[in-house]
Design a protein. Structure first.
Length: 196
């Protein structure tokens, strides 16, 4: 029956969430602290995602620029995936591999934070994004399930890796959303206090 299959999907989600908690609670907390320190120093958050993972930067930037769960001042975030004219121009005149790195090199400054979402086989765009962020002396927060990838090998001791221990694309995307919501909630709590 289809209802049994639905139940299996929810149980798989719960299992992925439990595994993600065990593997990443400290990393998520540390990432939120880095983001808060960045914003308190008048830095900004630049975020992007590869392929279908480009949904998460939209969510993160919207939650920071507008609000998360309650009214508060806007927070500085730029979604590098958002402007279709810019992304179309870069991919047609340069190459897809430079989609985000060109933006990082022009908009990023020392002390800013780059958040990169990706899964599985890592594209050149993700690799070049991390390289560009380091060139601009930015901290990188990587949210992926791509252990042992070329991108993960580029991360330094100053960067944060939030590695989702799952291979199912849907479960990884769901956990990326939970991680994003956790970051937003922790940022609001640190900057503006708890809200009941």
């Amino acid at each position: 029956m289809l209802s049994d299959y639905v139940s299996d999907i929810f149980h798989s989600h719960i299992d992925a969430a439990m595994r993600c908690i065990d593997a990443n609670s400290d990393s998520i907390a540390a990432a939120s602290e880095i983001m808060v320190a960045c914003m308190l120093s008048e830095g900004k958050i630049l975020c992007c995602g590869d392929g279908a993972n480009a949904l998460m930067p939209h969510l993160l930037a919207a939650n920071l620029l507008n609000r998360y769960q309650y009214e508060r001042p806007s927070l500085p975030a730029i979604n590098l995936s958002a402007d279709t004219v810019v992304t179309g121009g870069i991919t047609s005149d340069s190459a897809y591999g430079e989609l985000y790195s060109r933006q990082i090199l022009s908009l990023g400054q020392a002390g800013d934070v780059a958040i990169v979402y990706y899964q599985g086989n890592v594209s050149a765009a993700v690799v070049k994004t991390v390289q560009a962020a380091h060139e601009r002396e930015m901290t990188v927060i990587a949210v992926s399930n791509a252990d042992g990838s070329e991108t993960n090998a580029l991360l330094t001791a100053n960067d944060i890796e939030i590695s989702i221990p799952h291979n199912n694309r849907a479960r990884v995307s769901e956990m990326q959303m939970v991680v994003t919501n956790c970051l937003c909630e922790l940022i609001d709590m640190q900057l503006f206090g708890a809200n009941d």
